[in-house]
Design a protein around this ligand. Structure first.
Ligand code: DLL
Length: 449
C-alpha cells in the first residue's frame, strides 16, 4: 500500500490514465475506426446492422455521430448463445467468462489473449488507484469460475506485481485465518460478503482497525453510501467501488481511486462510454442515463454500443487529480430494476439508502414488489433490527414515514427477527423479490403480509 493515503496514488499507466483529454479523444477516434473495421470483417450481426446504417468502413464513423449507430442488447447475445457475437476464429479464444443472469440462460463471453491482457492492464490500474503496489498482498474473495470477479482481480494483481491470494468466495473460516496469518492489505469481494466477513471478524473478537487491511475493492452488485460506512467501520479499511460487466470485460470497466471524489474513473481508452435516455438520446453529464459501452480494443467479442441496462450519471475528470479519465457515479439502479409503483418510479437503491441511514436497521433486508393484485401494486420491505434492544414497532412506523417522504409512495415495513432474511456467502446478494399476479407467497415471507 502507498503509505500516504492523502497523496494521490501514483498512476500505473501514466499515458493511459493521465494524458490530456484531447489526446485521448484522438486515440478513441482512431480505435473506434479500427473497431468498426474489425466488426465489418467479422461479418456478423453487428456488421449487418452497420451496413444497414450506411457504414462501409471505420473511416465513415466519428465519435460525434456515434449516437446514430445501432445499439446491441443482451437479447442479441442470448440469441447467439453460446458463442455470443464472436468475431475471431475459435482457435484464438483462450477462455470464456460470463454471468448466470436472472433469466436462467447464462451470457457467455469469449476472450482472446489480447482481451485478457487488456483486462489485466485495466485491473492493475484499478488496484494501483486504490493504493496497492508491488508489496501488497491482495486477498481475492470474489468467486473464481465463469464469474469474472475472481479472475479479473487475479489478472490485475499479478500484472501489478503484487501477491495475489486466490481464496474465492465463501469458506469464511479460511478467509479469517488468512487475514490473520498473511496480513493482506487489500480485500476484494462483493460488498455483501464484506459485511458478512466483517461481522464474522468482529464475532471472532478482532477489533476493526487493528488488522492489516487498508483498502477494499467492492463491486458486482448494488451498494449504497450507507453500506460503505458500515463496511469501513466493520473492517477498518477504506471501501472503494469497482464496476464492470462480463459483456464488456468484467471488473475494471470503471473503478474508484483514492482521489476520484467518490466517483469511478472509466477506463475510457478501452471502453468508450455514453449515457442515454429511454428513447436512446444522449443525456448531458450529471443526468442519470443508461450506460452504453463500446469496446474500442477488444477482439474476441468486440461490441459497438452495448446497452448495459445500468443507470448512472457521467462527469468529467476529478479536479486536481493526475487521473484525467471521465468518471461515472455509483450505479443508481438498473433499467429493468426500476419499480413503478402506482405511477411512481422507484429504484431499490433509494429504499436501501433510507434503510441503511438508520442505525437500528441490520445489514440484511429484502424489498418486495408485490403485484399479486395488479391494480394495487405494493412495496414491502423486511428489515432485521441491528440489536435486540431495538423497538420493532417504532422502527417500522418511522421507516415507513421516511420511505414515504423519500419515495413519494407508501411502503409496508415489517421488522422481522434476526436471521430471517437469507444471507449471501457466495455470489451476489438478492435483495429484491418480485411477486406477480397468481404467485403464491412463500411461507417464510407470510410475515410480510
Ligand atoms: O459483476 C463484474 C464485476 C465483478 C464487477 C467484480 C465488479 C467486481 P456480471 O456478473 O456480468 O459482471 O454482472 C454485471 O453487475 O451490469 C451491474 O448491473 C452489476 N454491477 C457490477 N458492478 C457493480 C457495482 C460483474 N459496482 C452487472 N455496483 C452490471 C452496482 C454492479 N452494480
Amino acid at each position: 500500500m502507498s503509505s500516504a493515503q492523502s497523496a494521490p496514488p501514483p498512476l500505473v499507466d501514466p499515458d493511459a490514465e493521465g494524458c490530456a483529454p484531447g489526446q485521448r479523444r484522438e486515440l478513441q477516434q482512431q480505435r473506434l475506426g479500427e473497431l468498426v473495421d474489425r466488426l465489418l470483417r467479422a461479418d456478423g450481426l453487428q456488421a449487418r446492422r452497420l451496413r444497414g446504417a450506411g457504414v462501409r468502413a471505420g473511416a465513415d464513423v466519428s465519435l460525434e455521430d456515434l449516437a446514430k449507430l445501432p445499439l446491441v442488447t443482451k437479447q442479441d447475445l442470448w440469441e447467439h448463445y453460446p458463442w455470443g457475437l464472436i468475431a475471431v476464429p475459435r482457435e484464438q479464444v483462450v477462455c470464456l467468462h460470463g454471468s448466470s443472469g436472472t433469466s436462467g440462460r447464462p451470457t457467455l463471453v469469449p476472450y482472446t489473449a489480447v482481451d485478457v491482457a487488456i483486462w489485466a492492464d485495466v485491473m492493475a490500474r484499478a488496484l494501483g488507484g486504490a493504493g496497492a503496489n508491488r508489496s501488497s498482498v491482495i486477498q481475492v474473495a470474489y468467486g473464481y469460475g465463469l464469474f469474472t470477479g475472481g479472475q479479473g482481480m487475479h489478472h490485475g494483481g499479478m500484472r501489478l506485481g503484487a501477491t495475489v491470494l486466490p481464496l474465492s468466495a465463501g469458506m469464511t473460516d479460511r478467509q479469517l485465518r488468512m487475514l490473520t496469518d498473511l496480513r493482506p492489505d487489500v480485500l476484494c469481494c462483493t460488498p455483501s460478503y464484506a459485511i458478512y466477513l466483517g461481522e464474522a471478524l468482529r464475532a471472532s473478537g478482532v477489533e476493526p482497525g487493528t488488522g492489516s487491511l487498508k483498502v477494499g475493492i467492492f463491486g458486482a452488485e448494488p451498494w449504497t453510501e450507507g453500506m460503505r460506512t458500515q463496511i469501513e467501520s466493520l473492517l477498518g479499511l477504506r471501501a472503494l467501488d469497482i464496476y464492470g460487466l462480463s459483456e464488456i470485460i468484467g471488473p475494471g470497466v470503471a473503478c474508484e481511486s483514492l482521489d476520484s471524489g467518490g466517483l469511478l474513473n472509466v477506463a475510457e481508452d478501452h471502453f468508450y462510454v455514453e449515457a442515454i435516455d429511454p428513447e436512446g438520446n444522449p443525456v448531458p453529464d450529471g443526468t442519470p442515463g443508461e450506460l452504453v459501452f463500446s469496446t474500442l480494443t477488444k477482439t474476441g467479442m468486440p461490441l459497438l454500443r452495448y446497452r448495459s441496462g445500468d443507470i448512472a450519471t457521467l462527469s468529467g475528470p476529478a479536479e486536481d487529480s493526475p487521473r484525467t479519465l471521465r468518471r461515472m457515479s455509483k450505479l443508481l439502479g438498473r433499467r429493468d430494476d426500476m419499480l413503478v409503483i402506482r405511477g411512481v418510479n422507484v429504484f431499490p437503491t433509494e429504499i436501501e439508502a433510507v434503510l441503511l441511514a438508520d442505525s437500528r436497521v441490520g445489514p440484511h433486508y429484502l424489498i418486495v414488489e408485490d403485484r399479486r393484485a395488479p391494480a394495487r401494486p405494493e412495496l414491502r420491505v423486511a428489515v432485521e433490527p441491528s440489536s435486540e434492544a431495538v423497538g420493532a414497532e417504532a422502527l417500522a412506523t418511522e421507516l415507513g414515514g421516511a420511505l414515504r417522504e423519500r419515495l413519494g409512495v407508501g411502503c409496508h415495513v415489517r421488522v422481522v427477527s434476526a436471521g430471517t432474511v437469507p444471507r449471501t456467502e457466495v455470489g451476489k446478494a438478492r435483495r429484491l423479490e418480485r411477486w406477480a399476479e397468481g404467485d403464491e407467497v412463500p411461507d417464510r415471507w407470510r410475515v410480510l403480509l
